[in-house]
Structures are given as structure tokens and as C-alpha cells.
Design a protein around this ligand. Structure first.
Ligand SMILES: Cc1cc2nc3c(=O)[nH]c(=O)nc-3n(C[C@H](O)[C@H](O)[C@H](O)COP(=O)(O)OP(=O)(O)OC[C@H]3O[C@@H](n4cnc5c(N)ncnc54)[C@H](O)[C@@H]3O)c2cc1C
Length: 603
């Protein structure tokens, strides 16, 4: 079987860089240790090898579709829901009392990375079931928990998040699905939701939709949105299921992730669709943010994982494909010599190193964020707020960088295949199509960037930014202990100052009331800040690698650690300098994208 991810790299980040086993000192995770985490990772890898990776191409060739009123999906969805239900992985991070395994988020994301690299068309089915069950556990009544959660964690019932409507995508304040209170405490739900992932198929007996809707008379905008559990089938007193008037109107056909169904759902066409309130009235969006934030990390992880699988496919191809000859000293080519394999051409090595630097940098950031989440929820009381603030600040980056740069890295990977990269015989074209959705769903790159610049960097008077700078200073200090890492520590220091000065420059616009000017280039700011953040992660990895080489305390061969340092150097030479042009653009006096009265530039 072809290699699609690296267990060594995953273990390096988890154990050597993040020291994930220190979480086992917290009461919440006290039943676990390093070995039990490793056993779990191995078992997920076993399942991924057994049926996920082998069906990755089939899910694309035999896509989800709507036929005779039914959504047909690949049978591997059945295998996955059953296996995940049986081995408990849907509720990995849930409390023991509700049937969960009480594992850290960091371990959950690590398991997700393995599965998503194997087959990203499958993992959303269990991922959304986990997220929606978690919403019920956190905000729902005991009755709702007892009714829905056990079946969801057992993989028998699927879960979804239903936000988007035809007129309300990025702007959820415009949703119009309505909810009217019934005498029995339930609500009558009427409306339609589009693009609902995992919304219906034959391998689950029921679907539990977490729906945003507006209670009659609720205020306009986001302050009038509530959250409801709306099952596809209602549960009757004898526990049998009856239709809840949720109709699947179709399945969107897509350019990628074709094995992952994307449904159009109609609620209450016969005025017989019941929903039950989750959390307080009109606070639905706030509750939903729990699921959306987790889903953003999941999307970032899926993007990083798809790009990882693409990297290993490109690497293998580059090692096997003979083409051309190396340029020898003196600039001559020996045409008599045998062709070299393309991995020996500097330009191909550049593309491979770009891929490696993007995927490993992304994975490190995602696992770092997950550890912040574990510490924010279960760490020592006095450190929870700071871990929470760091997680909040970095979440838009953890979603966006892997999605955007993962796509760029796969494009480079496809390039390595030459003409074959464009052909369906090889998997790169599928990876390229599959990753394209990541910068769209769970908030587009534009929306994530508005969140980062408009909310996150300025929240609590910039407190989270100060915390991030502190984290970077720690890394800079550690790296500076090694003479050969010092120049890179200096570069990160300079990059962090560039980030700060650019933000200060932009903030003047906000302070002068020029809010549209402040936010106009939020996406460029996202690029700048993501780049600095990934540079920080790379310096952290390189320092850990250097320490292992110097002390001889190595889990893997010395080549692994040397490669880490080499890839860090690549990132600092080829990627990090891009922040200076981004900063120049952000500081430029012209604001060429802001709509001006009577000026039809885009004619
Ligand atoms: C395959 C797939 C699966 C999905 N799964 C789900 C799901 O399970 N549940 C669910 O609820 N939804 C789901 N979605 C919906 C998805 O989250 C939305 O498509 C996405 O949020 C964008 O909304 P939109 O398509 O209406 O685009 P629009 O909101 O119309 O955006 C169009 C463009 O305008 C930009 N834009 C919009 N507003 C602004 C602004 N204020 N400032 C700057 N730029 C702006 C956007 O960045 C984008 O580039 C899915 C979508 C797809 C395609």
C-alpha cells in the first residue's frame, strides 16, 4: 500500500514537540498514558489501511447521489459508522457518563489526521455526528441527551449542522427558517437548508439535525436565532420511528469530496416537523459556535491531511520517474549517462520541500491548537483563560492556512507528476479537487479573515496577541541556545515585529472611524499572520529536533531530525520573506478595492 501519511511525524509532534502525555497528569485524562495513546493511534491506522485508503478512489468514481428519493453513498460509509460506533471513537472526547472515552482533543485530532489522509470523503460522516452530539450534551436537556446521544455515539444515527439557506450563507443573520411553540413544548419548524453535509443516506436509521431557526417574534439578526434538535424521524412511545416531515429534496453534485453527500433538506412542508430547543431562546448562534469552532479545526486538519497524502504520492512518483540529467559542474550535461529520477532536480526538490513545509507546519499548528483546547477546558484553573484566548485567536488561522496553502502545495505536487498529474490514472487530481472545498465551508477564507482582523486580534484589548507574542518569544529563546538556529530565531523576531507594526498601522484606520479601510485587506493580513505563525511552529520543531540530535535522545533515526531542520530552513528562505510584500500591500496608501460612488471600476 502506498504511504499516505507519516506515523513518525505524527508521533514526533505529539510526544516530542507537544509532550501530549503531560495531559495525563490532569484528573480528566488520568486513566491514559503515552502507550495507550499510541495503541489507539495504531488501531486507527489499522482501520484506515484496511478499508479507508483502499476505498478513497471508489468514493470519487461512485459518488454520493440522489436516486428515487434516496441518497446513495458508498458502502464504506456503512463500515465506518459501524466500526466507529463499536469502538467508541465517535465520542472519543465525551465524558464517561455519556458513553465517551474522555480522551484529549489533541489525540482526537491526531486520529482524525490519519483517517482524513486515508480517505477524506468518509470522515465527515462521523465528524458531524460527533459535533452535533456534543452540542446536545453541552446545551441540551437530560431528556434530549438520553433520547439522541447514545444512538449517535453508537453510529446508528447520523448528526448534521443545518445553518445555510439559499439567501443566508456567510451572513447567518439572514436565516428565515421559522419555529413556532407548540403546547407540548416542542416547536413547529418550517424552512429549508441547503448544502447539508451527511444529511441523509441509507446506512443510518435516523438523522439528528441541529438546526438554526427563528422563533416567532424573535428580534431580527443574529440576536433572534435559536438552536433546535430536529430529527428526520420522531421517536414514538414504543421507541419506533415515524416521519418528522423532513424531506430530502436532492444531493448537490460537486467537483470534489464526491463521496461525502451534500443534501438539500426541506423542513415542515406538511406543517408536521417538530423540533426541540437546545440552549436558551435566541442564543442559538452562540451555542452553534461550539460546533463551528471545532469544525474549523477539523476542516483545517482535513486540508492538512489531504495535502499530506498528496505529498507522499508526489514523493513516491519523484523517486521513480526518470527524466533528464543533472547539470554537472561546468554546466555540461552528460547525454550518454542514464536519465536521473526527477527527485534529483532542484526545482522538483523545491516543490517537494514546499509541500513538506506546508503539511508538517499545518499539522503542528493544529495539534498545538488542540492542546490549547484541552488545557482551556481541563487544565489548571489559572491557565484556562489564556489557553482559551490563544485557541480563539489561532482558530481562523488553523482553518485557513492548511486550506489555502494545502491547495497550493497539492498544485505543486500535481506539477511534479507532469502531464500525468492532470490525468485520472493518478490520485493528485482528486486530492486537488477534494481540498478545494476547505477554503469555502465552515466560513470562507474571506469570512475567517474578517474574524481574525475584525474580532480576534483586537479582543480583550489585544490580550491574545500579547500571549501569542509571548509564546513566540519562548520559542525564540530556546532556539537561540543553538548557534546554527540563532539566525532563524532572529528572523522570527523580525517577522513578529513586522506583524505587530502592520497591525498598528491598520488599527489607526479603525481608530479614525475608517472601518471598511481597516478591514478591506483582511485576507492579506491573514496571509501575513498565518505565515508568521507557521514560521513559529517550524522554529519550535527545529529546536526540538536539534535538541534530540545534540543529546542523542532520539526516537527516530538522525535523518528524521536533520530533515526537520532542513525543512525549517526551506520555510524561512522561501516562504517567510513573503510577509514583507504582504505588509507593504497592507500599508499601501491606495485603497483600490473599496467601492467608490460613481466609479465603475469593475466594468
Ligand atoms: C460541499 C459543501 C458542504 C457544506 N456543508 C454545510 C453543512 O453541513 N451545513 C451548513 O450549514 N452549511 C454547509 N455548507 C455551506 C457553506 O458553509 C457555505 O457555502 C459557505 O459558508 C459560504 O456561503 P455561500 O455559499 O452562501 O456564499 P456567500 O456567503 O454568498 O459568499 C460568496 C463570496 O462572497 C464573500 N463574502 C460574503 N460576505 C462577505 C462579507 N461580508 N465580506 C467579505 N466577503 C464576503 C465570501 O467570502 C465568498 O467569497 C456547505 C457548502 C458546501 C459547498
Amino acid at each position: 500500500m502506498a504511504k499516505y501519511m507519516s506515523m513518525d511525524n505524527l508521533r514526533f509532534v505529539l510526544h516530542e514537540m507537544l509532550n501530549v502525555e503531560e495531559l495525563c497528569n490532569l484528573p480528566r485524562f488520568s486513566e491514559y498514558d503515552k502507550d495507550s495513546f499510541d495503541i489507539l493511534l495504531d488501531s486507527v491506522k489499522g482501520a484506515a489501511d484496511q478499508y479507508m485508503y483502499p476505498t478513497f478512489r471508489d468514493c470519487d468514481h461512485d459518488p454520493a447521489r440522489f436516486e428515487d428519493g434516496k441518497v446513495i453513498v458508498h458502502e464504506s460509509v456503512d463500515t465506518m459508522m459501524k466500526q466507529a460506533g463499536e469502538n467508541g471513537t465517535i465520542g472519543m472526547t465525551f465524558d464517561y457518563e455519556v458513553g465517551g472515552m474522555q480522551l484529549p482533543h489533541t489525540v482526537e485530532v491526531a486520529c482524525g489526521h490519519i483517517a482524513e489522509a486515508a480517505n477524506n470523503n468518509l470522515t465527515g460522516y462521523t465528524g458531524l455526528t460527533n459535533g452535533s452530539a456534543n452540542l446536545i450534551v453541552t446545551f441540551g436537556s437530560q431528556e434530549l441527551i438520553d433520547t439522541y446521544v447514545p444512538k449517535m455515539l453508537a453510529g446508528k444515527w447520523g448528526g448534521t449542522m443545518c445553518l445555510t439557506e439559499p439567501q443566508a450563507g456567510s451572513s447567518l443573520s439572514d436565516i428565515s427558517t421559522s419555529a413556532k411553540l407548540n403546547d407540548d413544548g416542542s416547536y413547529n419548524i418550517v424552512g429549508q437548508k441547503i448544502f447539508i453535509s451527511g444529511g441523509d443516506h441509507e446506512y443510518c436509521d435516523n438523522f439528528v439535525h441541529l438546526v438554526l431557526a427563528r422563533i416567532e417574534g424573535a428580534p431580527a439578526g443574529t440576536k433572534g436565532i435559536s438552536l433546535f434538535v430536529v430529527p428526520k424521524n420522531r421517536i414514538q412511545e414504543d421507541q419506533s420511528l415515524t416521519s418528522n416531515d423532513v424531506i430530502t429534496a436532492g444531493d448537490f453534485q460537486k467537483m470534489g469530496q464526491r463521496g461525502y453527500c451534500t443534501t438539500h433538506l426541506v423542513f415542515g412542508e406538511k406543517d408536521d416537523c417538530k423540533g426541540w430547543l437546545v440552549g436558551p431562546e435566541n442564543k442559538g448562534l452562540k451555542c452553534m459556535f461550539q460546533m463551528m469552532n471545532a469544525a474549523r479545526i477539523d476542516v483545517g486538519c482535513t486540508a492538512a491531511s489531504v495535502a499530506t497524502a498528496a505529498y507522499y504520492a508526489s514523493l513516491q512518483y519523484a523517486k521513480e520517474r526518470p527524466q533528464g540529467r543533472r547539470i554537472l559542474s561546468g554546466g555540461v550535461k552528460n547525454v550518454e549517462a542514464e536519465q536521473t529520477t526527477i527527485i534529483n532536480h532542484p526545482d522538483v526538490r523545491r516543490m517537494l520541500l514546499l509541500q513538506k513545509s506546508v503539511i508538517e507546519g499545518s499539522l503542528a499548528l493544529l495539534l498545538q491548537c488542540s492542546k490549547y483546547q484541552d488545557l482551556a477546558e481541563h487544565g489548571p484553573e489559572d491557565t484556562r483563560t489564556q489557553n482559551h484566548d490563544l485557541l480563539e485567536l489561532l482558530t481562523p488561522i488553523a482553518k485557513t492556512y492548511p486550506s489555502e496553502m494545502g491547495r497550493v502545495s497539492i498544485s505543486n505536487g500535481l506539477q511534479i507528476f507532469g502531464g500525468y498529474g492532470f490525468c485520472t490514472e493518478f490520485p493528485l487530481e482528486q486530492y486537488y479537487r477534494d481540498i478545494r472545498i476547505m477554503s469555502l465551508y465552515e466560513g470562507t477564507t474571506g469570512i475567517q479573515s474578517l474574524d481574525l482582523l475584525g474580532r480576534k486580534v483586537v479582543s480583550k484589548n489585544g490580550e491574545a496577541m500579547k500571549l501569542l507574542t509571548k509564546e513566540m518569544i519562548e520559542t525564540i529563546k530556546s532556539a537561540s541556545n543553538y548557534d546554527d538556529l540563532k539566525p532563524y530565531a532572529e528572523k522570527l523576531k523580525e517577522a513578529s515585529k513586522t506583524l505587530e507594526s502592520t497591525l498598528m498601522h491598520l488599527l489607526q484606520f479603525a481608530m479614525n472611524g475608517q472601518h471598511e479601510r481597516y478591514i478591506a485587506d483582511a485576507t492579506i493580513f491573514m496571509e501575513l499572520m498565518s505565515n508568521v505563525t507557521i514560521a513559529w511552529q517550524w522554529l519550535k520543531m527545529a529546536t526540538v529536533a536539534k535538541t534530540a540530535l545534540v543529546t542523542g535522545n532520539m526516537t527516530f533515526g538522525s535523518e528524521f531530525y536533520e530533515n526537520k531542520i532542513h525543512t525549517m530552513k526551506f520555510y524561512y528562505k522561501y516562504e517567510l520573506p513573503k510577509i514583507f510584500s504582504a505588509s507593504e500591500t497592507l500599508k499601501h496608501k491606495d485603497s483600490l478595492t473599496i467601492l467608490e460612488e460613481n466609479k465603475a471600476v469593475l466594468a
